[in-house]
Design a binder for this molecule. Structure first.
Ligand code: B3K
Ligand code: ZN
Length: 863
């Protein structure tokens, strides 16, 4: 397999002025005819990508071509000395009915859908399948009338009947787009309709397509779509541009959703929502995914990527936008906690292992392997740092400039940063190295108070571990959010420091400062500090870094109590917990602080209280351990903290649970908070051995009015081996046998059971309802099982994952590669597990062939 380098980028030698596409679907094959109008831009060969296509005929400017006229290999068709104006007519045969890889055009049940990002279009027809080729698509779809739904991007311009019980529809998309945004859907779907009027007065028809039985579950998504459209107008000044916006729900999908122009295709899990079958977090995820894909219309579609190395240009920025939108749906503190928590447990872990790469990689074998937490979530953090430094007004000037300059273009990360800099008048180009340097920087520091001079001196330094194949890491600009609190009174102090004045934010509110650490080491002096302070650093997680400051545990307990926002309180709690769990500090300080803070927080914001009780996951803790990792020890330590916490607040749990009765379901953040907190409290009550707590769980299961309550109770019963656990599991199965997404939860609860085993997971995968063709079902077992590293890091556990990767290698390599990533930190294990892991992984080497799985396996083994 060949490695592709960013430095080798060359502009295309031909552009495509238009494509007329005709897709004729038959039961056992599909014919694709295309007419491509191409025009030379520079010298060079004319290259059409194509994979798994049966070429039926090809003509150039009206003359049929014979095999002597071109070179063809499994990846492309090359024409040397092509004329400057080249009009192709190409016919190919493809097999969506047997396409299990879920890329290109594939059949999923009774539905045919496309997934073309990043390189799926080449599996539909020959085309220069690269994001910097934008063209106008006209699409004719023809199929049997048993498929009444025929959709493609743009506007419906014609439809009609044909002989043999067939019919057709012609769609024309007036906007130029790259091939990865092309979409087509053929099936029998019901539709939920609504409309939106843009700030420009344009009437947009909104349509969500799903199976008839799922249509009632589309209202949440529809509302989220309208909210997103309005939000992008209000915050970024960006209205929608086409006359319609369609979303199609499909249950067999490799990821969450896809932003095809005007015709999004969504994994059902990201679009269907109904309190009966959908938990609150899942419903929240529906809203944020709807927003994410909608926001791509500007950041991704109208302005797209020059090449796939620039993926974080659209993904990082769009994640930042959907996170900002989500902040309007729940408290900003909780939103930030959730985003940071996932960043730390997934992205930091990725960046600490053999799959570490910069947000903009400079080489890859298989681009599908780079839809990662680093590209998405670290990419979002870079956008956030720049946005925070500019403040809302200047950031808006910057983004306005970006849209003004580049609308309709395929651009690079540099183009974005240039626009933000020029538009705002603040040079942000020193942030560019964040895009190209891998690894999580660590900020170390210490502070000292001089009572006589009334100064507080903060010394900070940064370092990033060097990665194989990358140059020596350079210091990055790291915005460090700073506040000082009076140690005696807990009051927040005014900041007087010349260094902070550089920052725009500091000028607006000099109690909340941002100091940009852009050297290896720097010192900041705060003046007129009249009493000894406690410093709070990295407020709101101002940069994606690890913080190692010489706090005492008491300082952190102080911040947990006195910090003015919930995120910073949570961050202090997490730092304390890491010391307990990774450095064997005494848990007493943490327990006292949380016991003191919790009841009040729970009254004010139950969702925040739930987050304050987070104990870092075993996998996150593992990501902080670089050698001699013993999963059992980490598990046991974490369990001990949970037990101590349960014990410490035993009486509180009992009262708190009783004070939160089940009430009518309402979809708002206050009620969502109560439901989440009730489940959390119930878990602690059971753990503490509160009398009757398991009965409460049974009652909650029986009386639940929504999935959050029912599943929360079921999980506690199953994970605590309650006597009636199997009865409740059986009941759940019966209730939801026909609801795929709920049934996924039935698999998930059992696969994720810390008291479970590899055997349980294997049996689940042999269950009649298990389906190797539905990634959601596979993930419900493999993803949840991975939450228990004690079970994963055993001979059987590792073999379980390598066997699945092998099975998926041909069938669905994108998914197979993801599953292999669960084993990426094998090299940190203590012996003999480490050697065993290496053997097992090496044993997979000769057994897999796909570029996705092979690249991941090679990288994982390089550790
Ligand atoms: N852009 C798509 C991801 C496509 C992944 C292809 N393996 C979804 C998104 O980020 O919005
Ligand atoms: Zn995206």
């Amino acid at each position: 397999h060949q490695t592709i380098y960013l430095k080798d980028y060359t502009p295309p030698s031909f552009e495509v002025l238009s494509i007329d596409l005709s897709i004729q679907v038959f039961d056992d094959h599909t014919l694709v005819h295309s007419k491509l109008v191409m025009q030379r831009l520079t010298s060079g060969d004319l290259i059409l990508c194509g994979r798994d296509l049966e070429l039926l005929n090809i003509s150039l400017n009206g003359n049929a071509l014979t095999p002597q006229d071109y070179e063809i290999d499994p990846e492309q068709l090359i024409i040397k000395n092509a004329p400057d104006q080249a009009e192709f007519a190409i016919s190919v045969k493809i097999h969506p009915e047997s396409n299990t890889q879920l890329e290109g055009l594939y059949q999923a049940g009774n539905l045919f859908v496309t997934q073309n990002e990043p390189e799926g279009f080449r599996k539909i027809t020959f085309f220069p399948d690269r994001p910097d080729i934008l063209t106008v698509f006209t699409t004719r779809i023809e199929a049997d009338k048993k498929y009444p739904t025929l959709l493609a991007n743009g506007n419906l311009v014609e439809k009609g009947e044909l002989s043999d019980n067939r019919h057709f529809a012609v769609w024309h998309d007036p906007t130029k787009k790259p091939s990865y945004l092309f979409a087509a859907v053929i099936g029998d779907l019901a539709v939920l309709k609504d409309s939106f009027t843009t700030m420009e007065g344009r009437h947009v028809s909104l349509e969500i397509y799903a199976l008839a039985q799922d249509l009632p579950k589309c209202h949440v998504a529809m509302q989220a779509l309208k909210d997103s459209m309005k939000w992008d107008e209000d915050v970024y000044g960006r209205p929608y541009d086409l006359d319609n916006y369609m979303i199609v729900a499909v249950s067999q999908f490799n990821m969450g959703a896809m932003e095809n122009k005007g015709l999004n295709i969504f994994n059902t899990v990201c679009v269907l929502a109904d309190p009966e079958v959908t938990t609150d977090p899942a419903m929240f995820y529906v809203k944020s995914t709807i927003a994410h894909e909608y926001f791509h219309n500007w950041t991704g579609n109208r302005i797209t990527c020059r090449d796939w190395f620039q993926l974080c240009l659209k993904e990082g920025f769009t994640v930042f936008r959907d996170q900002s939108f989500s902040t309007t749906l729940q408290s900003p503190a909780v939103q930030r906690i959730d985003d940071v928590s996932s960043l730390k447990s997934v992205q930091f872990a990725e960046d600490a292992g053999p799959l570490s790469h910069p947000p903009r990689p400079d080489h890859f074998v298989e681009i599908n392997n780079f839809y990662t937490a680093t590209v998405y979530d670290k990419g979002a953090e870079i956008a956030r740092m720049m946005a925070n430094l500019l403040g809302p007004e200047k950031f808006r000037q910057g983004t306005d400039e970006y849209f003004r300059r580049h609308d309709g273009q395929a651009v690079t990360v540099e183009d974005l940063v240039d626009s933000l800099s020029d538009g705002s008048g603040v040079d942000l180009r020193n942030f560019l190295p964040w895009y190209s340097q891998p690894g999580t920087p660590c900020v170390k520091g210490r502070g000292s108070y001089d009572a006589d001079a009334k100064t507080y001196t903060l010394t900070l330094s940064q370092s990033t571990a060097k990665r194989h194949n990358y140059p020596e890491p350079q210091p990055l600009p790291i915005p460090v959010g700073v506040a000082l609190f009076d140690k005696e009174t807990g009051e927040q102090l005014t900041l007087n420091s010349t260094v902070l004045k550089q920052s725009e934010v500091a000028e607006n509110n000099i109690k909340d400062g941002i100091f940009v650490l852009d050297q290896a080491e720097q010192t900041v002096v705060f003046e007129q500090v009249n009493a000894e302070p406690v410093v709070s650093l990295l407020r709101n997680f101002s940069a994606p870094v690890l913080l190692d400051f010489d706090y005492s545990d008491e300082d952190l307990a102080f911040l947990l109590e006195h910090e003015t926002n919930g995120f910073n309180q949570w961050q202090a709690a997490q730092m304390l917990l890491e010391r307990v769990l990774l450095q064997d500090h005494n848990p007493a300080v943490y327990l006292n602080a949380i016991a003191k803070a919790l009841p009040q927080v729970a009254k004010d914001d139950a969702l925040l209280a739930t987050r304050l009780l987070d104990i870092p996951s075993e996998n996150y803790l593992a990501s902080r351990i670089d050698q001699e990792y013993d999963p059992a020890v980490v598990h046991q330590k974490r369990d001990a903290v949970l037990n101590a916490l349960a014990d410490r607040l035993k009486d509180y749990w009992a009262d708190a649970y009783q004070s939160l009765p089940i009430v009518e379901f309402k979809d708002n953040s206050v009620e969502m908070g109560k439901r989440a907190y009730r489940n959390m409290v119930l878990g602690f009550a059971i753990r503490a051995g509160v009398e009757g707590a398991l009965d409460w769980a049974s009652e909650q299961y029986d009386n639940a009015v929504c999935m959050t309550e029912r599943l929360g109770a079921l999980r506690h019963l199953v994970w605590n081996k309650a006597n009636n656990a199997q009865d409740k599991l059986d009941d759940f199965y019966k209730r939801f046998k026909h609801e795929d997404l709920a049934l996924d939860q039935w698999f998930a609860v059992q696969a994720g059971n810390p008291q479970g085993s590899v055997q349980v997971a294997r049996e689940l995968m042999e269950h009649p309802e298990f389906d190797w063709g539905t990634p959601n079902r596979i993930r419900s077992v493999t993803g949840n099982f991975s939450g228990n590293p004690v079970l994963v890091w055993t001979t059987e556990g590792m073999q379980f994952y390598t066997e699945i990767a092998k099975r998926l290698d041909q069938q669905n390599p994108v998914l197979g590669s993801r599953i292999l990533q669960f084993l990426s930190r094998w090299y940190t294990l203590k012996e003999p597990l480490r050697s065993e892991a290496k053997n097992i992984l090496q044993g997979l080497k000769g057994e897999v062939n796909s570029t996705s799985v092979c690249e991941t396996l090679n990288n994982v083994l390089k550790a």
